[in-house]
Design a protein around this ligand. Structure first.
Ligand SMILES: Cc1cc2nc3c(=O)[nH]c(=O)nc-3n(C[C@H](O)[C@H](O)[C@H](O)COP(=O)(O)OP(=O)(O)OC[C@H]3O[C@@H](n4cnc5c(N)ncnc54)[C@H](O)[C@@H]3O)c2cc1C
Ligand SMILES: *[C@@H]1O[C@H](CO)[C@@H](O)[C@H](O)[C@H]1NC(C)=O
Ligand SMILES: *[C@@H]1O[C@H](CO)[C@@H](O)[C@H](O)[C@H]1NC(C)=O
Length: 575
């Protein structure tokens, strides 16, 4: 290369490596087949091209590589570079990291709730709270899946990345509280979905080290798979299949960290396919950017229509999360979700404790709590002893590590849904997403019932050592109303009710799904309806969030579909 090119390339290279969170000493990759996309040839060809090496994409790719040549294109980096960054102590920090190389890309839905989507190999499993719990048999049956194969696939995942949680003091108190207030029966440590209280699985091992969907690539056949990192797919390419008389996907265009475009094509064989596993935000977004979506919306963005499909981006749903922060007079362990109460009215109660917040969070909390306590003290609503515990609360909540925890609820479903629309033609930009939390009154009823259960748990004997006794639950709830939970309108506490609490303090539990729903955008084999050689397999195909928390089923689905696709590939004629 010419001297002038070197002059520009070298500083750019160094800058780019720093930008992407790599350093020269950390370049020994976990897998021989994992490389930065800057080293990819300009043109590649494979049997399967998987867009998104996330929670579903990794198990899918590992499985397909057992019988075909597989390419994974992941826009994020490696989760193996700095394992500490993603361990249990750094849950909040990692999620609130807003540098360009962060594994979490934040977005705010039109509902005014701060949310995040993954940008890393392993996807959401690198950011999440780790709880692992299977879907109910009913969910599996209603999805039309083979129950035997689903069970085998869950086990395949569990063997590699699932652990029994330690269940220390805080988690045990919540579990016992749930039992005491009647979320029964108690089902012990159990990965299955059943009413009552149970201890679920977790992807954190006993040292708090996170295991992720990227670890499922250990199952891959190294000679038949390539995983490129920092490879952002910009477009799926289509030509016209004259025999089938419809568009057929034949390749993709992706951009590396230097801004250089590459093309990946399918090897010419009728069974080869492109599989979109970019998650519930990324998959509908990329379908639209590639010309599959509502024609009028695509026209607005100057995108050439390949297939007018008004249902792309519809059915977006996010299970609302509502929480109560409970400061504790005694120290608590660091824990993310380990136990769950699966109520009969459709609310799931979970808990976390000892979370570490960065200093900016602590400072913000400090200000709010000071403000609230000043007001409370002035109005003298509480007896003197309560004032002391409020002062304690301020102290305990503003430490970088929270002395206390949260009890939270997620509602089943949900029934309320919204939609996704493009804002720009850049796949790195967030689209506009609307979830319409609590639009359906049934969702609100579940939330209120769940809140009542949380209040009962806080008041239970089992939980009593973690509670300031002179501080009524009402005071905790008043605190919550002053926290900047979201940017939704707040209502005066005069109008306060549990309904209003649910609506005003809603957060996300990050279980959003939909946008490419099964039976609407994809058929029951996850093939995109109306085109050839393209599937979508990930959380965007769901109608409801599976199980109490979805990752078990998302990973299972990757394995499950990999098996099904390979079977079909090798057993011709068989249905
Ligand atoms: C903070 C948080 C906490 C959670 N807690 C839990 C929990 O405790 N238990 C649980 O079960 N679930 C939990 N979840 C939910 C769970 O992690 C997700 O439902 C799941 O990871 C979604 O998987 P997916 O494969 O559909 O998408 P993802 O895992 O997001 O995978 C999509 C991948 O595609 C990549 N991608 C997107 N667009 C492109 C493009 N154009 N080109 C190339 N690559 C692209 C992304 O970088 C990403 O890696 C949590 C999620 C979060 C964020
Ligand atoms: C379901 O999956 C099992 C395990 O892979 C398989 O043996 C069985 O034939 C499948 N059943 C159907 C109806 O496809
Ligand atoms: C709370 O009251 C103290 C003492 O009156 C005052 O110094 C402080 O600024 C107040 N804080 C807030 C946030 O209102």
């Amino acid at each position: 290369m010419g001297w002038w090119l070197k002059q520009f390339t070298l500083p750019f290279l160094a800058w780019s490596l720093i930008f992407n969170g790599l350093s020269y000493s950390e370049q020994v990759p976990k897998y021989t087949f994992m490389k930065d996309a800057t080293s990819a040839p300009p043109i590649l060809s494979y049997d399967y091209i998987i867009i998104g090496g996330g929670t579903c994409g990794c198990p899918l790719a590992a499985t397909l590589s057992q019988g075909a040549r597989v390419l994974v294109l992941e826009r994020g980096g490696s989760p193996y570079i700095n394992p500490e960054k993603i361990d249990i102590n750094n849950f909040v920090n990692s999620l609130s990291d807003i540098t360009p190389s962060s594994f979490a890309q934040q977005f705010i839905s039109r509902d005014g709730v701060l949310n995040a989507r993954a940008r890393v190999l392993g996807g959401g499993s690198v950011l999440n709270a780790g709880f692992y719990s299977r879907a109910s048999s009913k969910y599996i049956r209603e999805s039309g899946w083979n129950e035997t194969l689903a069970k085998e696939s869950y086990k395949w995942v569990e063997k590699k990345v699932v652990f029994e949680p330690p269940m220390m003091q805080w988690q045990s108190a919540v579990r016992n509280g749930l039992i005491e207030v009647g979320v029964l029966p108690y089902n012990g440590f159990n990965l299955d979905h059943m009413h009552g209280t149970k201890v679920g699985g977790t992807i954190f091992d006993k040292n708090g080290k996170r295991h992720t969907a990227a670890d499922l690539l250990e199952y891959a056949e190294p000679r038949r798979i390539s995983v490129y990192l920092h490879a952002t797919v910009h477009k799926i390419l289509f030509n016209y299949n004259t025999e089938k008389r419809r568009p057929q996907a034949y390749g993709v265009i992706f951009k590396d960290a230097f801004g250089i475009m590459h093309r990946a094509y399918l090897n010419k064989k009728s069974k080869n396919e492109i599989i979109l596993s970019a998650g519930a935000i990324g998959s509908p977004q990329l379908l639209m950017l590639s010309g599959i979506g509502p024609a009028s919306h695509l026209h607005v963005h100057g995108i050439k229509v390949v297939l007018d499909q008004p249902l792309v981006g519809q059915g977006m749903a996010d299970n609302p999360m509502n929480v109560v922060v409970v400061p504790s007079p005694i120290p608590v362990e660091v824990s993310l979700v380990q136990t769950v109460g699966i109520t009969r009215f459709g609310s799931f109660i979970e808990a976390a404790s000892g979370l570490s917040f960065g200093h900016s969070w602590s400072e913000r909390l400090q200000g709010i709590f000071e403000f609230v306590s000043n007001q409370t003290l002035q109005h003298s609503m509480f007896p003197t002893k309560t004032k002391e515990s409020i002062a304690d609360t301020i102290g305990s909540l503003t430490n970088p590590t929270l002395k206390g925890g949260v009890i939270l609820e997620k509602i089943m479903g949900p029934r309320s849904t919204g939609h996704l629309e493009l804002l720009t033609n850049n796949p790195n930009d967030n689209p506009s997403v609307t979830f319409n939390y609590f639009k359906d009154p049934a969702d609100l009823r579940m939330c209120v019932e769940g809140m009542k259960t949380i209040i009962d748990v806080i008041n239970s004997n089992a939980f009593s050592k973690f509670r300031y006794h002179n501080m009524p639950v009402q005071a905790l709830i008043d605190f919550m109303l002053h926290l900047p939970m979201n940017s939704r309108p707040k209502h005066s506490s005069a109008a306060y009710s549990l309904e209003q609490y649910c609506i005003d303090t809603v957060l996300t539990i990050w279980h959003y799904h939909g946008g490419c729903q099964s039976g609407k955008v994809v058929d029951h084999n996850f093939k995109v309806i109306g085109v050839e050689a393209l599937r979508v397999i990930d959380g965007s195909t769901f109608y409801r969030s599976p199980g109490t928390n979805p990752q078990a089923t998302v990973m299972m689905l990757g394995r499950y579909m990999g098996e099904k696709i390979l079977k079909k590939r090798f057993f011709h004629g068989k249905k």
